[in-house]
Design a protein around this ligand. Structure first.
Ligand code: PHE
Length: 374
């Protein structure tokens, strides 16, 4: 019988411990039964899926129903339990792809007439390919590539991007912090950058306006892995600063690049949004190039656009004058210049462009999957 999350009638420490222990035991048992890649995916989804996964159910059944006095204890217990389950799921492994290889007999004599060993030629990873192709579209418009460190300071990741200390917008980024930084002043503390936007500031410190750059790179957020989330993913950032840069320039540039990347028939749509470092801010959607914007396919409802006909691709906006204040001395006087910026998920555009339905496939290193881009 598969494990189902029990309701808790009793919130004593002993009852919680035993319910948690049972849950861990069952998870480990299921992990041991995983035999194929498909089973591994099903197992991971069953325990970690945001919607209806066992951990989500535990949150709903145990935490939300806990009596007031027991909330703290129960919260701590559930957190420990989550960490343990995540460990078990992460360490579950599918069997080697070609077990037959293991049966190969060893050769004890050298036959010099045999051909040499032909090393298979590698293929570019689909995420790198999508990222490179997107950057290339911008390069043809005169943008150059800039890069920056993955381990960042609080200053570049947040403060200089107009996220004041303790501002709630910081919480939306699920930051992974480097341990042991408490003795440093906040702005010097290290973290894994949650977006590529800090490279905007780093580049403006080094180069005077005008600038046009695209910034590909790895970012991290403390998101549980599922079909569309990974704690490590990739972004492509853009920044253009000059005299008289307008929202019209932003729209024209992005509309052109989306047509180049996804195909000339896609349309773009800009909807109001918020980022601390842009004002005004927008989210840009492209018309769904899978169903042609109708929301439906011959085979039924269109999943990639959730039947809306539109797919969200990126966040963007006009650089907030407060951001320029941090680099004012290098020629960025907000009274004289303006700029636009945008940031998109490289993995996401790769998923969409290549019709892949699970981001995890990009990072599991299964050669049979990756070979498709060779
Ligand atoms: N950094 C934002 C994010 O990761 C995206 C963004 C970049 C928005 C640049 C506006 C301008 O969500």
């Amino acid at each position: 019988m598969a494990y189902t999350v029990p309701k808790l009638a009793d919130y004593s420490a002993a009852a919680l411990t035993s319910a948690a222990a049972e849950c861990v035991r069952e998870c480990a048992r299921e992990a041991n039964r995983v035999r194929t890649v498909a089973e591994l995916k099903a197992f991971r989804d069953r325990w970690l899926a945001r919607k209806g996964g066992v951990l989500t159910q535990i949150n709903d059944l145990w935490l939300k129903n806990a009596p007031k006095e027991a909330k703290r204890e129960a919260g701590m217990g559930v957190n420990q339990l989550k960490a343990r389950i995540q460990e078990i799921v992460a360490s579950a492994i599918a069997p080697p792809v070609e077990p037959a290889l293991a049966r190969c007999e060893t050769v004890d004599r050298v036959d010099v007439s045999l051909p040499g060993i032909r090393r298979p030629i590698g293929a570019e990873h689909p995420v790198m390919r999508a990222s490179r192709e997107m950057c290339a579209v911008f390069q043809r418009l005169g943008f150059s590539i800039a890069e920056g460190p993955v381990v960042e300071t609080d200053y570049y990741n947040f403060e200089a991007l107009n996220f004041p200390p303790n501002h709630p917008a910081r919480d939306t980024q699920d930051t992974l912090f480097i341990a042991g930084q408490q003795s440093k002043p906040q702005r010097e503390r290290l973290l894994l950058r949650t977006h590529t936007s800090p490279v905007q500031i780093r580049t403006m410190e080094k180069m005077r306006p005008p600038i046009r750059i695209v910034i590909p790179g790895t970012v991290h957020r403390n998101d549980p892995p599922d079909a569309s989330h990974s704690p490590m993913f990739h972004q492509i950032e853009g920044l253009a600063v000059d005299r008289n840069i307008t929202f019209g320039n932003l729209k024209g540039t992005l509309d052109h690049t989306m047509k180049e990347f996804f195909g000339s028939s896609v349309k773009t749509s800009f909807r109001p949004s918020f980022f601390p470092f842009t004002e005004p801010s927008a989210e840009m959607y492209v018309s769904c190039f899978i169903c042609g914007g109708s929301g439906n396919r011959e085979s039924g409802p269109c999943r990639p656009c959730k039947q809306t006909g539109w797919i969200e691709i990126l966040g963007c906006g006009m650089v907030d004058p407060n951001v320029f204040e941090f680099v004012k001395d290098n020629g960025y006087d907000p009274k004289k210049i303006s700029g636009f910026a945008f940031g998109m998920g490289a993995d996401r555009i790769a998923l969409l462009k290549y019709g892949v339905d699970d981001i995890q496939l990009f990072f599991q290193g299964d050669v049979r999957f990756l070979r498709q881009w060779a």
